[in-house]
Design a protein. Structure first.
Length: 520
């Protein structure tokens, strides 16, 4: 009965962790409008009631972002796109603690710390809308668990190796940064995980044989990765010094790498774990996680509870944590033209591995710690639920403007104020994609411009200013005629269009801090 109660508490915590995703009509994620627009295009690529078949074509090549876009597109056959996306995000939020529990169980450790990962599912990566990377994190943890099982479970090594092969390929199809972490994490686990046959093994061949299934399990993913690297690096890079979204030099040249200082990375390490809401209330669940973790650490150290792990194996989880911290502190922030916001993303992975690395406590303490971890999920649901609903009310200005948008629009986004009163990130930056998706149209900035997208433009992309962050560089004479709708936020349209607003353009709708301007 007690075990059943614990399972119910665990399940309730998972529900609470995903609840904020379902209490509002809009989610505070910067890149989400772009993602949903791209998935809409992918799903309706042959739909003549949209601009999609005229402007876009499938990119028939391997790209690491295929996983998220195609998964939600498939769900879209059964559910509306927004609902399909929320279901996918819920699978990520719930999957993060579940995959961590699987890894802990593979190490023979209690699984209660996995619930502490729920508040860590939200934060900077979530706010920016790095959904592909987020989805790759639970898969990366599963890979580590499969790998350990393929080494230690003598009766089912082939089963676990098969799961490892499929999971590692899936990681690459979601995001290459999680795959890069596994490039060091799996060798570390290979070196530190004892294999039962080692006790009687003599010679290199005898030691290699029981490890062969795990090594074969990583082979398909490695081959796929090498194929992608050859294809990606074989493509010419557009070198344009100083231009946004372009390489400033050869890939790993000093002029192409942007770094954060050690002091800045240290200062941001905890901040980026919970920086969604302007009032800072989303930090309270993080503080609660910290309190539980500190309590468990003190109890584990003071009690000196014995561990079934050997002297080397007990360093497996701390070693994974140190690897994640190394990626955070030692990698550049940007590799221009290739990967952006690189090192900061690993703070979340490091935090998840930190709670997994808590020292073992006495079995009698595990239930109170489980309930305390579940209480963190309850606090998370209350705080983020309130914050998400407040943002959704603010973002309802998109709904009013979408109603005034014509079918098949070509929307230029002129976002002078991308900020929100509720959340800290520039969540209104890609509002033009919301209007374009609602009416089957296109925008001046699309992820179809990027090589990691499963879509491309059929011809020359529509003209626009170099960076969506600098609408002040908009030139109506050279760019404006390509569009029939203009989403303006933060500045009155008259300051942009002048007399044209009386002759060829007109304000079709105004809502919140935004205006929709259409051609007459």
């Amino acid at each position: 009965m007690s075990a059943r109660t614990d399972r119910l508490v665990y399940a309730a915590a998972l529900v609470l962790g995903a609840l904020p995703l379902w209490v509002s009509s809009h989610l505070p994620m910067v890149d989400l409008p772009q993602h949903l627009h791209l998935i809409s295009v992918l799903h309706r690529l042959e739909d003549p009631t949209t601009l999609y078949p005229q402007l876009f074509a499938a990119r028939h090549e391997l790209t690491p972002y295929l996983g998220y876009y195609y998964a939600v597109s498939l769900l879209n056959w059964l559910l509306p796109l927004d609902l399909a996306n929320r279901l996918f995000l819920s699978a990520y939020v719930v999957g993060l603690p579940l995959s961590l529990a699987f890894l802990l169980r593979a190490f023979g450790r209690p699984t209660w710390p996995s619930l502490l990962a729920l508040p860590l599912a939200y934060g900077d990566n979530f706010a920016w809308g790095f959904i592909n990377y987020l989805a790759a994190l639970p898969l990366a943890l599963l890979c580590c668990g499969f790998f350990v099982r393929a080494l230690t479970d003598t009766g089912r090594r082939r089963v676990w190796a098969t799961g490892l092969a499929a999971c590692l390929v899936a990681v690459l199809l979601f995001h290459v940064q999680a795959f890069a972490f596994l490039g060091l994490a799996l060798p570390w686990l290979l070196l530190t995980t004892p294999v039962p046959e080692d006790a009687n093994a003599r010679g290199l061949q005898a030691r290699l044989k029981p490890r062969l299934p795990a090594l074969l399990g990583v082979t398909p993913g490695v081959i796929l990765f090498l194929s992608w690297v050859v294809l990606r690096l074989g493509q010419p890079s557009e070198v344009e010094t100083g231009a946004p979204w372009k390489a400033w030099g050869p890939m790993l040249s000093p002029q192409n790498l942007a770094w954060k200082s050690f002091a800045q990375n240290r200062a941001e390490l905890l901040e980026v774990l919970a920086n969604l809401l302007r009032d800072g209330s989303d930090r309270w669940p993080l503080y609660a996680v910290g309190a539980v973790a500190v309590g468990a650490f003190v109890l584990g150290v003071v009690r000196r509870h014995s561990s079934a792990e050997g002297p080397v194996a007990r360093w497996r989880l701390p070693g994974l944590l140190l690897l994640a911290l190394g990626f955070y502190f030692l990698l550049p922030f940007d590799i221009r033209g290739y990967i952006y916001y690189l090192n900061t993303r690993y703070a979340q992975l490091a935090a998840v591995l930190a709670v997994a690395s808590l020292p073992l406590t006495q079995p009698a303490l595990r239930r109170p710690l489980l309930w305390a971890s579940a209480a963190c999920a309850l606090l998370l649901a209350l705080v983020l639920g309130r914050g998400f609903r407040a943002f959704s009310h603010e973002a309802s200005e998109w709904d009013a403007l979408a109603e005034a948008t014509a079918s098949k629009p070509r929307v230029m986004g002129l976002i002078f104020d991308a900020g929100s009163r509720v959340v800290r990130h520039p969540v209104f930056l890609h509002g033009a994609a919301e209007l374009a998706r609602a009416r089957g149209g296109s925008t001046n900035f699309s992820f179809a411009l990027t090589p990691h997208s499963p879509l491309r433009y059929r011809g020359t992309p529509p003209p626009t200013f170099p960076s969506e962050w600098r609408p002040q560089d908009f030139d109506y004479a050279s760019q404006g005629p390509a569009y029939d709708h203009f989403l303006v936020r933060g500045v009155h349209p008259s300051r942009i269009f002048g007399e044209r607003l009386q002759r060829e353009l007109a304000v079709a709708a105004e809502s919140g801090n935004s205006w929709l301007v259409r051609r007459r």
